[in-house]
Design a protein around this ligand. Sequence first.
Ligand SMILES: C[S@@+](CC[C@H](N)C(=O)[O-])C[C@H]1O[C@@H](n2cnc3c(N)ncnc32)[C@H](O)[C@@H]1O
Length: 396
Amino acid sequence: MTIKALEFLTSEEGRKILEEYKNVGIKDLPSLAFKLSKKKVPFFSEIVTLLKLRSQAQGKFVKSQEMFFTDDGLEQASGERISSYVARRIKELIKDGTVTDLTCGVGGSAIFLAKYLKVRAVDIDEVHLSCARHNAERYGVSASIEFIHGLAEDNLNNTEAFIIDPQRIRDGQTKTRSIYNSQPNIVELLPQMLKVTENICLKISPAFDYEEILKLPGNPEIEIISEDNVNKGAFLWFGQFRGVARRATIIDGDTEVTYTGDRGKNRAETAAALNKYIYIPNKAIIKAELSDEVASRFKLHRISHQNELMTAHELINYPPKVFRTFEVLEYSAFSMSKTKELIKRKALDRAHIVARHFGINPEDLRKTLKLKEGGQHTLIFTEWAGEKYVILGRNI
Ligand SMILES: C[S@@+](CC[C@H](N)C(=O)[O-])C[C@H]1O[C@@H](n2cnc3c(N)ncnc32)[C@H](O)[C@@H]1O
């Protein structure tokens, strides 16, 4: 998208066209593109792309239908629920100061911060910055944001705190996980930011590598945030923002549950045998390495200290999405032929598959076992005390 195209899309004429076609389904967009091109509508291809992006953004933003995005801008934008949570954490400390968002993109973080605080929103990409400005208007917060077209590196001043969500440079087709491949280069920029203020919130890929993070200055808190049991963001909290060593936050609709701890401080007990129920902690808890803390809190036994599967005799109560729970129907030492025999005996044509510390990934197991996804059962493949096991569970 060019700035010229965005100017057209945000003009009265552009908005009218977007409004007229707002209900066109994704699969009908190619024919809409054809129709608009025949009518010589300017920027028809950008119109169709924006309609597609608005529809894809529905899960991220309540006002997605009125917002402006680029492909990258939407993909990299933090969703509304996570941004609101992060903004509330920031405003607890920075009561009425200014926060600088050094890489504001299309405004995913800045808009929600601006509900509580004065924000300086910086971005080097003028199309992203312009999208952010229009999106802030839609949320009624533009008066609280100063938009700055420029480099993060040149805007390290006049602020009580920083938030930064660097661009992750792609390595071929895969999303890179290394903080060394970020723009701006966070490893170089962070020491300069820390000289201005230690109150920094740094967003990184949830697939980060702990070894890299532990080398950073400032000893930040590491928080992992999941939605629908998918790790959507990881945040490093420096200075006075740092509350604990590790935090796992689970967002489920309007509920937020947080578990905190210092990894390894609280060793959970391990199980002598598999009990009636199996619990698999939420992915945020696993990535934050807080499985021991959570097992102790809910009086569960871990299968082993290397394996985050947990077991108990009882069905326990827990806030939504903290665990996936299964009733153990049967289990045995693993072999592919025994597993096939089990599937036949139970007449299963579909099941969920979970593999933990197993050495064969779920997709390969599914292909070999010729099982469809879904249904009431889960086959759990795992290693325990050096032996491989297959467990048939009923989903609770
Ligand atoms: C991951 S996106 C930010 C997303 C944003 N937090 C949101 O939720 O919408 C990263 C942004 O950093 C910007 N960027 C990359 N290098 C920059 C630099 N050196 N200075 C300022 N912005 C930069 C990119 O243009 C991009 O918009």
